[in-house]
Structure formats: C-alpha cells, structure tokens
Design a protein around this ligand. Sequence first.
Ligand code: SF4
Length: 270
Amino acid sequence: MVLAPIEQFDDDIHVSASSVRSIIEGCPREAFYKYIAGYEPQDRSSGLVLGSAVHEALALFYLTLQQSHREATLQEMVDIAHASIDAAENVHTKDGEEPMKVTATRLIEAFLEHGYRPRGKILAVEERFSITVHDPYTGEVLPERLIGYFDLVEAVDGGVVVTDHKTAARHDKAKGEEQDIQMALYAHAARQIYGVEHVTLQFQSLIKTKEAKVVVQPLVPQDTDTALETVYSAVTHMNLALNMDRPEVLMYKRPSWKCPGCGYRSRCQG
Ligand code: SF4
C-alpha cells in the first residue's frame, strides 16, 4: 500500500546524484567550482536550457492532469517552455543549431501525441526530496542528506513508478540495460519516502531528431547498495578536499569531450 510521503527535514548539508556523478564519473574540478566554491557558470549550454524548458512544460502537463483531471493544451505547454527559454541568460549555442523554441515546440507536439500517460494515481510532479543517508560500513547517519527531484511518481499495483524525463539527440537503446547511479538513488529514495518495496524505473526520452520522437524505456533493476556506497565515497572525497589547503589537488581536472560546453572552461583554463 502506498503511504503518505514521510516528513522531510532541513538539509543545509546535502549531496545530490548530480554532485556524486560529477565527482565519480565526471570532472572533479567542475564539481569543485559548482558545489564547493559555488561559482556561477559563465554560460549554460542550449541543451541544458532546452531540457529545463521541456521539463517545465511536462511538469505543467502532469500537474494539470493531477489537479484538474485534464490534459494541458499544446499552447499552454509551448507558452511555458518558450517563457523558460526567454528567461535564460548567457546561453551557449552551437553554429547552425535549430532555434530552441522551434525544437521545444516540436518535442512538445510529439509528447502530446505519443508521450507517457500515467497508469496510476500521480503522487509527485517535479518534486524535491531530501532523505537520510548512512555510512555503509558503520551504519551511522551522515550529516549530509541526499537531495533530488522526482520528475513524476505514480502509484501502480501496490508499488510506485518513477519516471525521469530526458531530452536527447538520439535514442540510446543500451541506457535501459545499464546501472544508473541517479536512478538507483531515486529508487532508494522512493522506497523510503513512499514506504513501498516495489519501485519501477523508467526514462521518458524526447528525441530531437528531424521528426521528434518519444521513447519510454524501462530500466533494469538497479543496485542501490552500490549506489549508496558511491555516495559515501563521493562525500568522503569532498570532505577530504575541503580539509586541504589546496582542495584542487583532490578535485582535479578530468578533461573530456564535455570541456567545450563546460560552464567553467574559462576559469579552468585560466
Ligand atoms: S573545462 Fe573540462 S577539465 Fe575544466 S572543469 Fe570543465 S570539464 Fe573539467
């Protein structure tokens, strides 16, 4: 049986799946600039801005469904996506790129035609969560809380379905077969918050091909124990760095194909 969400607590000290991923799988120096030093990025990529705009439109769709029991219209969704794009500052676009508003409209049209319709009662839309995490070796509660945002959670057959929205250039079939630290942590959070054992995870990807597509992709069961160990490793890494005179030594640069779009590239190169 699905329960009411548990009470959430203050989380001044926190860690997110993005910061863990950034330290362990991405570039620790970028994580240092963003999560420790708190620097503003010099710009945001058009992909990020478009992704946020589409997320907002999808949130409107599912909130309207939850609260008014009707589907939002194309115009309502496009208006919110375009407003989000207009509000974005310092956007980094690539030469020859389709205007973001055009892409957003195409993706929303495809979503309205083929997008995911919940099968059960909607429990959360674009909702922040904050849960306790433990030291996996001693069981002690860590001062850091794990935070994140559920895009969509619904109650189905005594469990919950957690859907994560993505915008992507192409469909990656392998994604559903892989371990994904964010989704593993979201499964763990959903179990704690809704008091259920059974959590189904899926991606809803809006694909920016010439003819926009929507792909709903279930994920294989995720190894939450390993994901929680990874959170502990990332927290330990960050705390050790904070106690050093030169935290950059542990928060080293890991150059990759992502550098040209990194919001800290000038600071990093300087
Ligand atoms: S530019 Fe590259 S190496 Fe530098 S912080 Fe960004 S991702 Fe890391």
